[in-house]
Design a protein. Structure first.
Length: 447
C-alpha cells in the first residue's frame, strides 16, 4: 500500500495540532500523576484492580511474529460486551480466512474480557486490554503488536491513540460506527480534536444513514464513508444458535400454553415498573412467567429483591431447572438472545429510564413483538424502522406497558403478525458482516 493512501498522510492544521498538543499534555503530564495517586482507591474494586495496570501498559501482550517474519497482524478492538457481541460473527469469519496472519482482540473492560474468553475462545490468536490514551501505554502496545491493520468496533475513539496510528502510517477501519446524541454533541464541541481523529480512519462503516450524516457534519471526508449497515442484524441471528435451544428449553422448564414475558437488559428503576405491570398482568393472565435480564448481571440479587416481597417464586437463571417459578432473574452473560426464543413478548430495557435504550434486534430476530419506552436514542434508527414496519410499539410509562402487554399476550395472531414483521426487517438488513470482512481482507493483503 502506498503510504500516501494511509492514515499517515493526514495533515493537521495549526489549530488542530495545538488542540492535540494540549490534549496530550493534559493526559500525559497532568492526568498520569493523578491516576497514580488515586490508584489505591481505584484498585479496591475488582474491575479496576484487574484492568488498570494492564491498560497503563503493564501487561503481557500476545506473542509477536519473529522479527524477520513478514506475516500480517490484524488488531480488532471492541470496548465491552455489546461491541464484542456485535463483532463476534465478523471475528469468527476473519479468523478462519486470514491465516497465516494473526488476529488479536482487545477490550477495555473486565466483562468484555470474560465474554471474549467465553464466546470467542479459539477464534483469536491473542486477547489483551486496550491501552489508556497515555503515550507510554500506547507506544508499548504498538511496539509489541506491530499491527498491519487496526479495526475499531462502534466507538471508543481516543485522539492520542489515533495520532499514533497516523504517525506510524498504520491503516485503520471504524466499523459499525455510531454516534449517540451525547457523543455527537461532545465531538462537535471539540471538533478540532476529533475531526482529525475520525479522518485518521481509512474507512468508516456507519450503522445507519443518520450516523453517516453525523460523521459528515463532524468533518469526515465523504470518500471515507462506506455504505451504511449494522452488524447487529447478523449478530442477532448468530446469537440464536449460540446456546442449544433444546437444552435451554429443558432448563427453563416452560409448560405448554404458559405465556412468557422476556424483559431484556433492564436498568435500575425499570424493575419496579415491570414488577407493577407483572402484578396486574397476572390477575388476568394466570400462569404468566417473567424472565428478566438486567443489563449488568451483577445486579441480579438487587433485581431479585424487587420481586421477593410479592407472592411469587423468584429464582436465578443459574439455579434452574426447578419444579416451579414465576420470575426468573438472569444472572449470566450471553444467554439473552436465546431466551427471546422462548418468550411470547419482549420488552427492551434502558428505555423507560433515561439510558438510551438497549438492542432491540435480538428479539426481532427471534420473530417476537417488541415493546420499548420513549428513550431509544442509542438505537434510534433501528427503533424507528421497527415502529414504521409495525413490529414494535412504544410505551410511555408503566400503565401503557401493562395495557400493550396485555393486548399482545391475549392475542396470539396479533403477536405473530408483529413478530413476522420484525423478522422480515432483520432478514432484509442482514449480510453486512461478509461485506466488511471482504474489505478488511483486501486491505490486509495490501498493508
Amino acid at each position: 500500500m502506498n503510504k500516501d493512501e494511509t492514515a499517515g498522510s493526514l495533515r493537521l492544521r495549526w489549530d488542530e495540532r495545538l488542540f492535540l498538543g494540549m490534549y496530550q499534555f493534559g493526559m500525559n503530564v497532568l492526568f498520569s500523576p493523578v491516576l497514580l495517586a488515586l490508584s489505591p482507591i481505584l484498585l479496591i474494586k475488582r474491575k479496576r484492580r484487574t484492568t488498570l495496570l494492564p491498560r497503563m501498559g503493564f501487561q503481557r501482550f500476545p506473542e509477536p511474529f519473529p522479527s524477520k517474519a513478514r506475516e500480517k497482524v490484524l488488531w480488532i478492538h471492541a470496548l465491552s460486551v455489546g461491541e464484542l457481541l456485535s463483532a463476534a460473527p465478523l471475528i469468527r469469519e476473519l479468523h478462519l480466512r486470514i491465516k497465516p496472519a494473526k488476529l488479536y482482540v482487545s477490550v477495555s473492560t473486565l466483562s468484555g474480557h470474560e465474554t471474549a474468553r467465553d464466546k470467542l475462545e479459539g477464534f483469536f490468536d491473542g486477547l489483551f486490554y486496550f491501552p489508556l490514551d497515555l503515550l507510554f501505554a500506547v507506544r508499548r502496545c504498538f511496539a509489541n503488536l506491530k499491527p498491519s491493520l487496526f479495526v475499531l468496533v462502534e466507538t471508543d475513539i481516543w485522539p492520542g491513540f489515533m495520532a499514533e496510528l497516523r504517525r506510524q502510517g498504520i491503516p485503520s477501519f471504524l466499523i459499525n460506527a455510531r454516534l449517540s446524541p451525547s457523543s455527537f454533541k461532545r465531538y462537535g464541541q471539540t471538533k478540532r480534536l476529533f475531526s482529525p481523529a475520525l479522518n485518521s480512519f481509512d474507512r468508516i462503516y456507519p450503522q445507519s444513514p443518520s450516523d453517516a450524516e453525523h460523521f459528515g457534519r463532524l468533518g469526515v471526508k465523504r470518500e471515507k464513508l462506506a455504505e451504511p449497515g449494522n452488524l447487529k442484524f447478523d449478530a442477532a441471528k448468530a446469537s440464536r444458535s449460540s446456546v442449544p435451544l433444546e437444552q435451554l428449553g429443558a432448563k427453563l422448564g416452560l409448560q405448554k400454553g404458559k405465556r412468557v414475558l422476556v424483559a431484556g437488559s433492564t436498568h435500575e428503576g425499570e424493575e419496579a415498573i415491570l414488577r407493577a405491570s407483572f402484578l396486574q398482568l397476572r390477575q388476568s393472565l394466570p400462569g404468566l412467567k417473567l424472565l428478566i435480564a438486567p443489563r449488568h448481571p451483577h445486579r441480579a440479587e438487587e433485581v431479585r429483591r424487587v420481586f421477593i416481597r410479592d407472592p411469587f417464586k423468584v429464582v436465578f437463571y443459574s439455579s434452574l431447572p426447578q419444579d416451579h417459578y414465576d420470575v426468573g432473574v438472569v444472572d449470566e452473560f450471553g444467554v439473552l438472545g436465546a431466551l427471546y426464543e422462548f418468550g411470547d413478548l419482549a420488552y427492551v430495557g434502558g428505555s423507560l429510564v433515561p439510558k438510551g435504550g438497549q438492542n432491540p434486534v435480538e428479539p426481532a430476530a427471534a420473530a417476537k413483538p417488541v415493546l420499548f419506552g420513549p428513550d431509544m436514542s442509542d438505537f434510534q434508527d433501528i427503533a424507528r424502522w421497527m415502529l414504521k414496519e409495525g413490529g414494535a410499539i412504544e410505551v410511555k410509562n408503566g400503565e401503557e406497558l401493562t395495557a400493550q402487554a396485555h393486548r399482545l399476550l391475549s392475542d396470539s395472531a396479533l403477536s405473530a403478525s408483529l413478530g413476522a414483521k420484525n423478522k422480515a426487517l432483520v432478514e432484509r438488513n442482514a449480510g453486512v458482516t461478509s461485506k466488511i470482512a471482504e474489505d478488511i481482507l483486501e486491505y490486509l493483503l495490501k498493508a
